[in-house]
Design a protein around this ligand. Structure first.
Ligand code: GLG
Length: 829
């Protein structure tokens, strides 16, 4: 029937590729139509923002067409689908990415220029969708792009927060958090599905009932809210496939709580109902610590419950029993945040679909896979049993039952090793009895993935050692990747053009391994010349941004040295700042002729600190205090500048990364599970200054140690060094820079005291002191290489050429083949 309808449509409209034409004239007409009828502004008079709105609605129309076709095709083919459950997605802007993936960027640019607008200017009107914190959330976004591009039948599920990640405002060098009410100006990239709603239940009690002579559990909820779907079409590149990211928003339920209307307190009843919406109102801004808060747990269950209902509904549309469930459904848990999906599937199958426990359990064990992004045991999520019991009483029972069966089985395998049994138990006995979400996820998943090889080693030998010994076959790793569509094609169009020109093809945009073809031209003088030009233009763009933002003029001849990422002690922005202080101190003590030999630097730091993370906030303030001193010192001039870029987010990254000569990825070894920022810099030809941590270890293998600046302790040296501590009497350079802060050289003496205490006074947990010497050496090596621009450019080209392995296309293909067992399903028309 689908084919017939299609053929009829084609006969009527004479179109092969949807109803909408995409030549510049048709695009213009559509944009103006949307300005007039959607935005409701006169087509003769509208500003840049209204033009952006008209433009984005016309793009949306084209997305919708492909999206419908893809969904219909998936429905007809009924392939095994992967459902990606993630509490966070950092999508950033959609416009440029969409038109590029749709393959109509040039047509739009032409259409707009005829209307008197510039595509780039309108693209700047869009705000970021920042429904996530950092690496984990941006990884989800990159993976969605790859899933669509590689034609996999996939769905993303998450939460539609009304307030995304807070905006960072810097006042006097201090971070202030402002709410990000990102929906204020409308969001053309989502489609509200008012008819796709599910009830989600909370609280209440569990009762036993007899059903056909069989005892069964019935959950009588105490509260019910409605989940409403908002669909975000995700277009693939070089394919018609357009998949769905379905985000849930909470709305008051119509079915429940009606009786309060009869009490006469109408106003309060309405106000109370409104509270339901708070569930999806705000993203938790802390990416590492979990405090067992009720609202967070409600968010987790809310999105999981709605998603599972949706998935089961879709399955039941095509199947009348659960025999084939595991052949049609793969559920991916992105970290432990969605781990309640496990007990939810058990509950639905047993309590609602009346399957036997053992049959339901057999299904659950075949559908779930779990990826952990954490390195440290302290980072693992725990749910207090009291909290879970009150919010989701039936789930607590189910988890207890799963744990009982697991521990019984375990006893048979390992005997009465009580220590090990208690370590592996899903339930943790302690001051606060809790559920260990990671243990639950491991027990119930068929595959557990790490995010880099180093991370995998740590999982096997430390974090999940007990489980690895029990089930070695469950453990795998898929080194993270990023999408070259966003991180080269969208954000660095001139580099994109240059690469295509030298490779003689654009095929690398879908098949990124082809980038290795650049290796043979790395020393070619013509390519080097063009490469340098492209880099210079990107640096100019960045310098303009810095000036507009801070009034600071920076020299384009200086090395642009960038560290942008969340502020964390383990990521060691403090090491970077101490290094800058050292550089400043050296310049100050030089004579004129020595100063002439200094390689000028512009140090750029950006990132948000979690609102409750005091030390991270002090690092931000220190950065500003040091910048204030250096940037105003006439002895230093252009030799050294320090800039803090406020409100770091995806679109800021798109601007900054292409302009970086050098980028820093300097976490204490063994602390960064993978790191993905380094991959974006690598693709853009920035040289890396890095520790052998996370994915850097694999980057070294790909591009060769001679093409980056490596320093610091290795993962296995860390415990010994920590034991030893930093001796300030030996580490004189380090002691001196810390002393400068302590002595008030940069002001705010008292405020910085506790920050200095973290690295001296016997603690220095993150080993800044012991790595300082080799950090300075690596920095000196970078200076030396920069003087030789021919060598530097060759290293830069080789970085891009070796970045192909770090594409999320490779990661996703590996997941599809080795974890989810899904196949490509390419929409043919
Ligand atoms: C984590 C880790 C990063 C990792 C990212 C994606 O800290 O090292 O690259 O997930 O796997 N919480 C995170 O952002």
């Amino acid at each position: 029937a689908l084919g017939e309808r299609r053929a009829k449509a084609e006969r009527m409209f004479g179109l092969m590729d949807g109803f909408l034409k995409s030549d510049p004239i048709s695009l213009q007409k559509d944009i103006l139509n949307h300005v007039e009828y959607t935005v409701a502004r006169s087509r003769f008079s509208f500003d840049d923002f209204e033009a952006y709105q008209g433009l984005s609605h016309s793009v949306r129309d084209r997305l919708i067409e492909r999206w419908h076709d893809t969904q219909l095709y998936f429905k007809r083919k009924d392939p095994k689908r992967v459902y990606f459950l993630s509490l966070e997605y950092l999508m950033g802007r959609s416009l440029s990415n969409s038109v590029i993936n749709l393959g109509i960027r040039d047509e739009y640019a032409e259409a707009l220029s005829q209307l008197g607008f510039e595509f780039e200017v309108l693209a700047e009107q869009e705000g970021d969708a920042a429904l996530g914190n950092g690496g984990l959330a941006r990884l989800s976004a990159c993976q969605m792009d790859s899933l669509a591009t590689l034609d996999y039948p996939a769905w993303g599920y998450g939460l539609r927060y009304q307030y995304g990640l807070f905006r960072q405002l810097i006042l006097d060098g201090f971070q202030h958090e402002q709410p990000d009410y990102w929906l204020n100006f409308g969001n053309p990239w989502e489609i509200e599905r008012i008819h796709v709603t599910y009830p989600v239940k909370f609280y209440g009690t569990v009762e036993e009932e007899l059903l056909n002579g069989k005892k069964c559990k019935v959950w009588i909820p105490g509260e019910m809210v409605e989940a409403v779907a908002y669909d975000n079409p995700i277009p693939g590149y070089g394919t018609r496939n357009t998949i769905t990211l379905r985000l849930w928003a909470a709305k008051p339920s119509d079915q429940y709580d009606m009786e309060s209307y009869n009490t006469g307190d109408y106003i309060n009843a309405v106000v109370n109902r409104q509270k339901a919406e708070t569930i999806s109102s705000v993203l938790y801004p802390d990416d590492r610590s979990h405090q067992g808060k009720e609202l967070r747990l409600k968010q987790q269950y809310f999105f999981v419950s709605a998603s599972i209902q949706d998935i089961i509904r879709r399955f039941k549309d095509a199947h009348n029993n659960f025999d084939e469930f595991q052949e049609k459904v793969a559920l991916q848990l992105n970290d432990t945040h969605p781990s309640l999906a496990i007990s939810e599937v058990m509950r639905v199958l047993v309590d609602e679909e009346n399957l036997d426990w053992s049959r339901a359990w057999g299904i659950v064990c075949k559908i779930f896979s779990f990826t952990t992004h954490t390195v440290l045991a302290e980072g693992l999520e725990k749910i207090p049993v009291d909290l879970l019991g009150s919010l989701l009483p039936r789930h607590l029972e189910i988890i207890y039952d799963i744990n009982f069966n697991f521990v019984e089985e375990l006893k048979k395998r390992i005997g009465m090793d009580y220590n090990r049994l208690s370590r592996m138990s899903i339930v943790e006995d302690g001051a606060v009895k809790s559920i260990r979400s990671a243990n639950l996820s491991i027990v119930c998943s068929h595959t557990v993935n790490g995010v880099s090889r180093v991370h995998f080693e740590l999982l096997k030998t430390k974090l999940f050692k007990d489980f690895y010994e029990l089930w070695p076959e469950k453990f795998q790793y898929k080194t993270n990747g990023v999408t070259q569509r966003r991180w080269i094609v969208v954000s660095n169009p001139s580099l994109c053009g240059l690469i295509s020109k030298w490779l003689g093809t654009e095929a690398w945009i879908r098949n990124v391994d082809l980038l290795t073809g650049l290796r043979e031209y790395a020393a070619n003088a013509d390519l080097q010349q063009e490469w340098k030009m492209v880099r210079k233009v990107n640096k100019m763009r960045l310098a303009e941004y810095i000036e507009a933002m801070s009034g600071l003029k920076v020299s384009l001849d200086a090395m642009f040295d960038v560290q942008i990422k969340r502020i964390h002690e383990y990521k060691r922005q403090l090491l970077n700042i101490l290094g800058i202080i050292h550089r400043y101190d050296c310049i100050k003590s030089m004579n004129e002729s020595d100063r002439r030999k200094v390689v000028p630097r512009v140090c750029i730091i950006g990132g948000k600190a979690a609102p409750g993370y005091e030390i991270a906030k002090k690092i931000i303030k220190l950065c500003h205090a040091v910048a204030e001193k250096i940037n105003n010192d006439s002895d230093v001039g252009d030799l050294l500048k320090l800039v803090f870029i406020p409100d770091y987010n995806v679109s800021v990254a798109e601007l900054v990364i292409p302009g970086a000569d050098l980028s820093q990825h300097i976490s204490t070894a063994g602390h960064e599970a993978s790191g993905t920022g380094c991959m974006k810099f690598l693709m853009n030809g920035s040289l890396l200054l890095a520790t052998a941590d996370g994915s850097t270890v694999e980057i070294i293998e790909e591009i060769g140690a001679e093409n980056l600046f490596l320093f610091g302790a290795k993962v296995d040296e860390v415990p010994m060094l920590r034991e030893k501590g930093t001796d300030m009497r030996v580490n004189l350079q380090f002691a001196r820079v810390v002393r400068m802060i302590r002595d008030g050289y940069f002001g705010f003496q008292d405020y910085f005291e506790s920050l200095c205490d973290t690295v001296d006074g016997g603690s220095d947990f993150y080993l800044l002191g012991s790595d300082f010497g080799s950090y300075l050496e690596a920095q000196a090596a970078a200076d030396k290489a920069f003087v030789d621009q021919e060598k530097w450019t060759r290293m830069s080209i080789l970085s891009t050429a070796g970045s192909g392995r770090f594409s999320s296309d490779r990661t996703i293909q590996d997941y599809a083949e080795n974890t989810w067992g899904i196949e490509r399903c390419r929409c043919p028309f």
